[in-house]
Design a protein around this ligand. Structure first.
Ligand SMILES: Cc1cc2nc3c(=O)[nH]c(=O)nc-3n(C[C@H](O)[C@H](O)[C@H](O)COP(=O)(O)O)c2cc1C
Length: 371
């Protein structure tokens, strides 16, 4: 049985262990160009001991923007800025994938060019879900998501093209690959969800139609940068951002898994939301079946650490485990887990704030003050 600390071959990339840093948006691109800065390079370089790093969500275009101060990958300045980040991670022996996102309705008009409407599969908005956005005075605030308009049929391929371009930009920016964010209630999820997406064009209705946008995105990204550099994040049975339950949910994701198997991409990352929300549960054995059908390396995340992560690997549910909040608070997480050293606690107050505090000042175990 492989150990979570053993190397893993992700296509051509040899990973030094099986503990991935989960994607976490940290709102640190605090400039009008939405570029990552030196502190972001430092933050990720400190965490280069991960099997590989998945960045927090990166906007693929201006209208994809979802969260205040999220970085982008659609301008020359952004590409250049990312080169510094990826360069520093590589200098520290790390591997880094960029997570590409279009938030769809999970956004706010203050993120949109000219405050234009946000978009989704339908003109149905969330009622309680929030976006970190900008208030009437231009100050960052947690605001209710705006009501979207439905995307026109011929706008969908435009977004597919923007994903492909952002993937090309990612490679130019020095990334080792990209993760298409099709999880957690963002635009792709808004298309796959059968209760939300009742469109009557080629992108709505049947399972094949609802997964079409996701598969077109995967195909376009593969064409742009190659299958071995293309990963995807999904959240079957996820309810975050007010995704409603729907009848053929299990079947929808199994159909998608089968299509991903044919495409032979680098990995499938499952965001398991059962530990963040009361109303989420993944049927028993579902992940095992899903992994069997997808035939791709499966990353599992959501409340996992070395013990339950190893159990998921032993149980054929996962190949790799992605860790979020504990990685945020422990730059040397893998070393701490390997040695049984205690972990720093994370501070939720500084998840989305400014400056080094709660970002690059979590201590390494070796640097702790002598007691
Ligand atoms: C501050 C913060 C930001 C997050 N941002 C993202 C994101 O940008 N993309 C994403 O797919 N998930 C995001 N997540 C979800 C995490 O990737 C992960 O699935 C979740 O935290 C559960 O894993 P954990 O229990 O190991 O933290 C975020 C979570 C946190 C705490």
């Amino acid at each position: 049985m492989p150990s979570i600390f053993d190397p893993f071959d992700l296509g051509p990339i040899r990973l030094k262990n099986r503990i991935v840093m989960a994607p976490m948006e940290r709102s640190r691109a605090r400039n009008g160009d939405w570029v990552p800065q030196a502190d972001t390079a430092r933050y990720f370089a400190q965490r280069a001991g991960a099997a590989f790093i998945v960045t927090g969500s990166i906007a693929i275009s201006e209208w994809a923007r979802t969260w205040a101060f999220e970085p982008g990958l659609y301008t020359r300045t952004q590409i250049e800025a990312w080169r510094h980040v990826t360069g520093e991670v590589h200098d520290h022996g790390g591997v880094i994938f960029g997570q590409l996102r279009h938030g769809g309705r999970a956004s706010h008009v203050s993120h949109q060019p000219h405050r234009q409407a946000t978009v989704s599969s339908r003109d149905v908005g969330a009622t309680k879900a929030i976006s970190m956005a900008f208030d009437a005075d231009g100050k960052p605030a947690f605001l209710l998501q705006s009501k979207p308009r439905a995307l026109l049929t011929d706008e969908v391929p435009i977004i597919v093209g923007e994903f492909a371009q952002a993937a090309r930009n990612a490679l130019e920016g020095g990334f080792d690959g990209v993760e298409i964010h099709a999880a957690n209630g963002y635009l792709h999820d808004q298309f796959m969800n059968g209760a939300l997406n009742t469109r009557n064009d080629r992108y709505g209705g049947s399972i094949d139609n609802r997964i079409r946008f996701t598969l077109e995105t995967v195909d376009a990204v593969i064409d742009a940068i190659g299958r071995e550099r293309t990963g995807i994040r999904l959240s079957p049975f996820g309810r975050f951002n007010e995704m409603p339950a729907f009848e053929d949910e299990a079947e929808t994701y199994l159909r998608l898994a089968g299509e991903l198997a044919k495409r032979n991409i680098a990995y499938v990352h499952v965001s398991d939301q059962t530990r963040w929300a009361d109303d989420v549960s993944i049927p028993s054995n579902y992940l095992r079946d899903f992994r069997k059908v997808s035939q791709r390396p499966l990353i599992l995340s959501g409340g996992y650490l070395e013990t339950n992560g190893q159990a998921a690997i032993d149980n054929d549910e996962a190949d790799l485990i992605a860790v979020g909040k504990p990685f945020l608070a422990n730059p040397d997480l893998v070393e701490r887990l390997r040695n049984g050293w205690p972990l720093n606690e994370w501070d939720t107050e500084t998840f989305y704030t400014q400056g080094p505090e709660g970002y690059i000042d979590y201590p390494f175990y070796q640097d702790r003050p002598a007691s």
